[in-house]
Structures are given as structure tokens and as C-alpha cells.
Ligand binder design. Sequence first.
Ligand SMILES: NC(=O)c1ccc[n+]([C@@H]2O[C@H](COP(=O)([O-])OP(=O)(O)OC[C@H]3O[C@@H](n4cnc5c(N)ncnc54)[C@H](O)[C@@H]3O)[C@@H](O)[C@H]2O)c1
Length: 447
Amino acid sequence: MANLLSQSSELEALIVSRKARIGIIGMGYVGLPLALLFSEQHFQVTGFDIDAKKVETLNSGGSYIVRIPAPDIAKAQSSGFRATSAYTEITDMDAIIICVPTPLDEHHQPDLSYIEKTAHAIAPHLRMGQLVILESTTYPGTTEEVLIPILEAGNSAGLRAIRKPGDSGFHVAFSPEREDPGNETVARRDIPKVIGGVEPAASSLAAALYGSIFNRTIPVSSPAVAEMTKLLENIYRCVNIALVNELKQLCMRMGIDIHEVIDAARTKPFGFQAFYPGPGLGGHCIPIDPFYLSWKAKEFDFRTRFIELAGEINTAMPYFVLEQTAAALNENAKSIKGSKVLVLGLAYKRDIDDLRESPSLTIIELLREKGAIVSYNDPYFPTVGHGRHYDLNMTNTPLENLGQYDAVLIVTDHTSYNFREIVEQSQLVVDTRNATKGIDSAKIVRC
Ligand SMILES: NC(=O)c1ccc[n+]([C@@H]2O[C@H](COP(=O)([O-])OP(=O)(O)OC[C@H]3O[C@@H](n4cnc5c(N)ncnc54)[C@H](O)[C@@H]3O)[C@@H](O)[C@H]2O)c1
């Protein structure tokens, strides 16, 4: 027992003195910024990724994420940051943080294969006293029902997760990533870090570790509570966005501007938070995470009706945009078939270089199916090829000669766009983001 206590206080001492070596698995939108935050605090960080190109780019001091400039990588390298694909190096780490993708499969069910493969890969290299933290968004139960069993079964030395004080083995916790890409108003350090350890020592070690880069840590009683917390946050957004998307459609029929309504409602100092309608959900989180819970709920013979209804409304939005574009062209005595349409913005939201699940992709496919000749402009994407749910193979079109298009369709309101000029130069502008607010022109159709 004394030995075990000393093991966990040894790790705590390493954390406090910044001597703990941190391994972060998955050098993507979540893992790489996290690695940089720890490096800033002078921890020695190793980034693990199966993508050899990313490993090579990072090791040569480069970046592949627009909002992370290359000098930030070079600065982290001076604190010892490096990347690798060699899982044997897991043994040298004191804390291991897993940030791999958790998408849905083709049947709209959780795809835990990335977490499972990571767990299989690190299991043989775990050693006594290490701290393993899962950050990937997932359904309640994943850490204890999926991650830990694989880690234990794959460790030939028979190492086990510490489940109660007095056990020996490795510590395990879940701590969700809560960042909002592109949001410059809240510093990442100011987003409190929720932590659910399998037992108290795991929680306090994880709190010590994250406490070095976040201003506040929020301990909860179990990994499942932490897993569910992240899902509640995203379901809350998904349901509220669906609500305003539905009300927008009603307001349009009633001749009321939903944005004016929201702006008035948000002046209430309590009980109301503003959500905004748009062309549909995008990103790795809001369109996907709620369905992790719906799937798990079935195991408990429970239907998550709010999630299903919100999903139905939100996934119908690109079709609504298509209808509105067709109606706007019709007003100009044109059909979608044969019309030249320029889609402005591919990213799923303003000022980011991420097009995962972006409604633009669906909208372009729908327009093409109806015979439109579609081009796109997005400063963040010189080309777009094919992904899990799209096959576009297009090249960025310069933002010029806008009068040649029968319609310019605003799907992403990047701040680099000058919407007044865009309206002046275009024949017809279909605006799904209220980007043309304050511009008075008969050419604009807001939907
Ligand atoms: N992007 C966000 O804004 C955000 C916000 C909150 C939560 N999350 C969650 O964080 C998790 C990671 O998301 P992301 O956006 O960073 O994904 P991402 O696709 O940007 O990055 C994941 C990285 O993991 C790597 N990877 C995959 N399998 C691996 C393996 N077996 N070993 C090592 N590396 C592996 C990939 O090559 C990729 O570089 C997801 O669960 C996501 O839902 C993301």
C-alpha cells in the first residue's frame, strides 16, 4: 500500500516539477493544440500519430492546421516536443492522453475503431503507475467497458487498471475536450476541464496534470459522468440549433426576421441563450456526438426523442437551402438545371479550415444532382476531393467576375468576405447565414 501511494505521489511530483513526460495520441485538431499547451509549460511532450506525413511535418517544424503557425511548433520543439509513430515509446511516458477520432459509421452508429486500435497498440507498452486519459468524445461507459478491458487484455505482464485505492497497476480517467474552434473570445486555458477518474487517485493526478494548463479543473465522480457531461453539452447545442432552424422556417412564412427576434430575445439577462439558424450542422461534434448517446440508450430500452427530432430538422436544412435557391432562381425566371451557382464557403463554420460534415458539401451535391453548374470559393481550401460522405473533386474559384453566376450562395460567412461588394457584383445572393445583415438590396434572398 505504501509503495502504491508513493507511486502516485511520485507521478504527482513529476507533474508539479514539469518533469512528467506526456504522450498525446492523435495529432489532430484536439491533440496538437493540447501538445503545444503542455510544451508551453515546459513539459516534454511526444505526439503519437499513425499518419506518417503529419509526424514528418511536425518533426520538421511545420504545421498542417491553419490556426497553428509553424513557429509555434518550432517553439514547442525547443521544450522537447517531437512526434512519432512508434508505440514502443509509450513505456517512456508518465501520462498518456488519447485524442483520436470518434465518428459514426455508415449505419449512423458509433465507430469506436480508432479508440480500440489505439488501446490495442498501447496495451503491450504500458507500465506500472502510468496515467492514461481518454479525451475523445464518446458514450458513457466507453472508458470502463471498452478502453480498460482492451488495455488489460493486451498487457502480457498482466498489468491492471487501478479501480480502487490499494490496487496496483495504471491509472485511468476520462476528460472531455470542450474547445470551440475559431472562438477567439474564450482562451483555451479558461475552459474548465472536467475530469472523471476511475478512482480518486486517477482524478487527482489528472487534475494536477490539467491544472498546469487550465485555470480550473472540475472533478466528477466517474468517467461515465464526464463522458455524459460532454454529450449533454453537445446535445444542448444540437437541440437548440434545431429549434431555431425550425422557427426560422416558420418566421419566413410569417414575414418575420428570425435574426431580429433572436437579437431582441438575447437582451433578456437570464433564462435565454442565443443560438442561430443556418444551412445545417457541421463539424466533428454537434452532428455526430448526440447519436453516440441515442445508440447507447437503446441498450437501456430508451428512445432519445429530442436527439432524433433535432437530427431530423438539422439534416433537412441543406434540402431547405436547395428549395430556397430554386425558388430564388425561379423568381428570376431560371431553373436550377443549367444555372451557374457559386457556393461561398466550404468550412462548416466561419474562419476555420475544417470541412468535416460541412453542410456545403451536401448542398453542392444536391445542386449538382439537380443539374446546376457549381463552383466554390473558400480561402481555406484550394481544392476539395472526396471524403467519407462526399465526392466533389473541385478547385477553388477566385472571387471575381461574380456577375457571371446566376446565384451566389453564402454557406459560410468567413470574415475575409466583403459581403457588400459581393452583393453589388452579383445577380442574386442567397444568404443562409445572415451575413448580409444591414445591406439593403432586392438581390438578396435570406433563408
Ligand atoms: N475538433 C474539435 O473541435 C473537437 C472538439 C471537442 C472534441 N473533439 C473530439 O476529439 C476527438 C479527436 O478529434 P479531432 O478533431 O482532433 O480529430 P482529428 O481527425 O483532427 O485528429 C485525430 C488524429 O488521430 C490520428 N489517429 C487516428 N488513429 C490513430 C491511432 N490509432 N494512433 C495514433 N493516431 C491516430 C489521426 O491520424 C489524426 O491525426 C474526437 O473524439 C472528437 O469528437 C473534437
